[in-house]
Write a protein that binds this ligand. Structure first.
Ligand SMILES: Cc1cc2nc3c(=O)[nH]c(=O)nc-3n(C[C@H](O)[C@H](O)[C@H](O)COP(=O)(O)OP(=O)(O)OC[C@H]3O[C@@H](n4cnc5c(N)ncnc54)[C@H](O)[C@@H]3O)c2cc1C
Length: 385
């Protein structure tokens, strides 16, 4: 029976960024507050972890992985057609955290924490809510738990989005002798001429000889054609020819508002599938840390009281989500205006404002600065639908 003798208090489906963040927040908070650790079991199909991505974000808040940040850029820039805007804020730099460091740290933390366990090579096939518990059907059998957190990616996203974009990118990390880019500046968007959708180069000089460089497109349709050829062509145009590829990463991220996936009770969604990734930007790391911390607090409180009713944590405000929907709608209608709009956004806001806005925590004044940096016509029309 799920209620009387569960296999775990909480089952977390998926041990990617969200599942591992939640586990580490649970261990950290239980330890810090001297609370009893519930029995938490993570299920993950992967049998091994690879350095499959890097997470970048503005380094504003504390989280269990902060010491794993390997690079910080006190300046960031946006450029288009010969114009460039640079913002600088050494107190809140743009930061990079490699996936292998996070995976390695989290797996060790799970191993060392009584109460936490991870089962790899297991796929969840179905979930059944019951009175007083949840049954999780997996490729390795059935588990009973008091509650469940589902971090699987969203399903049934549209191939062609009418409410946002697919952010399609191809990136490589390269070694090249003396690339010549300033190593204090992260180049967030260097807009390129593309036919019908915004596209730009994202370039992070990790040191004098290493670059992470990506070609990114905001496109209405999902396709996996990749942009390696465009990236290589661009590198050649910059005079970077003699380089060695160390690793590559590519993906299609849904810049599509996801709001109907939230659930509450004993079964709760978390991560990208719960709309934690910011639709207007494709950034997720900062909101994932906030959401995981709030959820960990709830789980510890539920375990202490044995009242298992979890509610979706608010990772960002409703009005920010509304602003983002308006922004995406306006950008869909005027993709050719993207370079001007982003240049204006970064030139008419301060670096601290942009840091707060990008990490989902703008105050009212920041939101007004953002709104007044954009042309009123297209945005008012987009606000009225
Ligand atoms: C290449 C790349 C670069 C990115 N860079 C950034 C960045 O710089 N900054 C940023 O903020 N965001 C970035 N993102 C976006 C986002 O942060 C990541 O996608 C993040 O990993 C999403 O976290 P998640 O836990 O929701 O999903 P995932 O990390 O994908 O985790 C979901 C987990 O669920 C598991 N799973 C799936 N199906 C099942 C099943 N049936 N049963 C059990 N488990 C299952 C998967 O194996 C996976 O481990 C990037 C994404 C990618 C792909």
């Amino acid at each position: 029976m799920a209620t009387n003798d569960p296999d775990a208090d909480v089952v977390i489906i998926g041990a990617g960024l969200t599942g591992l963040s939640l586990a580490c927040w649970l261990a950290q908070l239980a330890d810090h507050n001297g609370q009893a650790m519930p029995r938490v079991h993570l299920l993950e199909p992967r049998t091994t972890y690879h350095n499959d991505r890097t997470w970048c974000f503005w380094d504003r808040e504390d989280h269990p992985f902060r010491e794993l940040i390997t690079h910080r850029w006190p300046q960031w820039q946006v450029s288009a057609g010969g114009r460039r805007v640079v913002q600088s804020n050494p107190q809140t730099p743009y930061a990079l955290l490699p996936a292998d460091a996070l995976y390695g740290y989290a797996l060790e933390r799970i191993d060392a924490c009584p109460g936490l366990s991870l089962q790899q090579g297991v796929t969840v096939e179905g979930i059944e809510e019951q009175d007083g518990g949840v049954q999780v059907h997996t490729s390795a059998g059935t588990l009973n738990a008091r509650a469940m957190v589902d971090t699987r990616p969203p399903e049934n996203l549209p191939e062609t989005s009418t409410t946002g974009f697919w952010q399609v990118f191809t990136g490589i990390e390269i070694h090249c002798p003396d690339h010549g880019y300033e190593t204090t500046t992260a180049r967030l968007m260097d807009f390129q001429a593309c036919d019908d959708h915004p596209c730009f180069v994202y370039l992070l000089p990790k040191d004098a000889h290493h670059l992470l460089v990506e070609w990114t497109a905001f496109q209405s349709h999902r396709d996996n054609q990749g942009y390696r050829a465009q990236l290589e062509h661009w590198l050649a145009s910059e005079g970077i020819k003699d380089y060695r590829v160390i690793r590559s990463e590519s993906s299609m991220l849904p810049m599509i508002p996801i709001s109907d996936e939230r659930r509450s009770g004993r079964v709760i969604k978390a991560g990208v599938g719960a709309g934690w990734m910011r639709a207007a930007t494709g950034y997720h790391f900062a909101s994932c840390q906030r959401g995981s911390m709030l959820l960990a607090q709830q789980i510890l409180a539920a375990s202490a009281s044995n009242q298992w009713h979890l509610t979706p944590p608010n990772v960002r405000s409703r009005w920010l989500e509304w602003m983002d929907r308006v922004f995406l709608r306006a950008l869909q209608r005027h993709p050719d205006q993207a370079p001007q709009w982003f240049l204006s956004l970064f030139s008419r806001t301060t670096a601290p404002q942009m840091g707060r806005f990008m990490n989902d925590q703008p105050n009212l004044r920041d939101a007004l600065a953002i709104a007044s940096a954009l042309p009123p016509g297209p945005f008012l029309k987009a606000a009225l639908v």
